[in-house]
Design a protein around this ligand. Sequence first.
Ligand SMILES: NC(=O)c1ccc[n+]([C@@H]2O[C@H](COP(=O)([O-])OP(=O)(O)OC[C@H]3O[C@@H](n4cnc5c(N)ncnc54)[C@H](O)[C@@H]3O)[C@@H](O)[C@H]2O)c1
Length: 404
Amino acid sequence: MEQRDSGTAPPALGVGMVGYAFMGAAHSQGWRTVGHVFDLPLRPVLAAIAGRDAHAVRAAADKHGWAAAETDWRALIARDDVQLVDICTPGDSHAEIAIAALEAGKHVLCEKPLANSVAEAQAMVTAAEAARARGQLAMVGFNYRRVPALTFARRLIADGRLGTLRHVRVSYLQDWLVDPDFPLTWRLQREHAGSGALGDLGAHIVDLAQYLAGEVLVGVSAQMETFVKERPRPDGASSGLTASGGPRRAPVTVDDAAVFTGRLASGALATFEATRMASGRKNALRLEINGASGSLAFDLERLNELSFHDHREPAATAGFRRIVVTEAEHPYLEGWWPPGHALGYEHTFAHQARDLVEAIASGTDPMPSFADGLQVQRVLAAVEESAQKNAVYTPVQAVEAEVR
Ligand SMILES: NC(=O)c1ccc[n+]([C@@H]2O[C@H](COP(=O)([O-])OP(=O)(O)OC[C@H]3O[C@@H](n4cnc5c(N)ncnc54)[C@H](O)[C@@H]3O)[C@@H](O)[C@H]2O)c1
């Protein structure tokens, strides 16, 4: 319970969340934690969550610390104690929920990828622009921007420490689909997920590449593959990553892997690999960026570390050095532990919550915006188009709003 003197406590910001499995748990952790770590201008209150099964949603509310449970997201949006709607459902419901919430006068945080198609993402941007004029804000949940080492990497690049960028090299490798008997959950079905490894992992690394470089991709050349064409239908309740398979098999309608090259606006070259078939790799998001003055390298499985090479140093002593990104002056670290006391995956959701709460309180645009999410969606669409044409170079349609 809130113990602070009501005269000094910041005003409440009621949060309502839709979906309560993997991302629901991670976002709940962020909302529960953020006000105890950072001094916030508004106090997030875990007002209500929504799911479709009354018993399960009540159990999830109790487990994750939400005051109320609803069985229809429309009822959640209509609640007076909800000012911010946090969307943690599969991509097929993002547009409908986000647009309804924005039209109802709520701020919105929506998980990535922003939508399952460019058309849906465009409609969400239109709704977000109209809501912005009324004072409501919208943000998409590319949480890896909030890994302190990556936020810091962006600062180094923006400060010119790498000079002119030449190469952006990013891969995101997982292995949970290597087993051909892993069931056909929503993540393997195009009508629910939009695409496979591309929208799931590729969306993250496209956003990250553009965020770190500070510029957009202007074209891509891609190959995609579905190695396992049929999988068992789940034989009971399933989430995206957990299910047991029944005896009947059905077609997989999304990609298992996508590899693509791209050109950034400045002329730098980018390479991407997104796969859920990399046996032995669990959540290996790796990147290396090379510029005329230096390079950066990062691996999500060692997320407190950033490797930096300053190419202006004498060759005899230059080389990659390991920066442990846990100093108080590093991004987000002021609220956490003494140097060297490492952070993890879940902290990115507290950072995401902090940035959104501060943006709402100050009335400034949060990033990444829905326009940023649309830009990523256009890259994903260009990747699919290129792959269908056997890797023909395919331009990415520009988004008017600047990607930040
Ligand atoms: N940022 C990240 O690192 C990250 C990681 C995983 C997933 N995601 C994204 O988060 C979203 C959810 O993925 P997940 O892994 O949490 O999935 P999940 O299967 O674990 O959970 C989905 C939840 O949504 C609920 N749901 C589905 N349709 C609904 C509807 N119409 N109304 C109400 N509830 C509904 C399900 O019951 C479940 O609670 C996806 O967009 C995914 O791409 C992001």
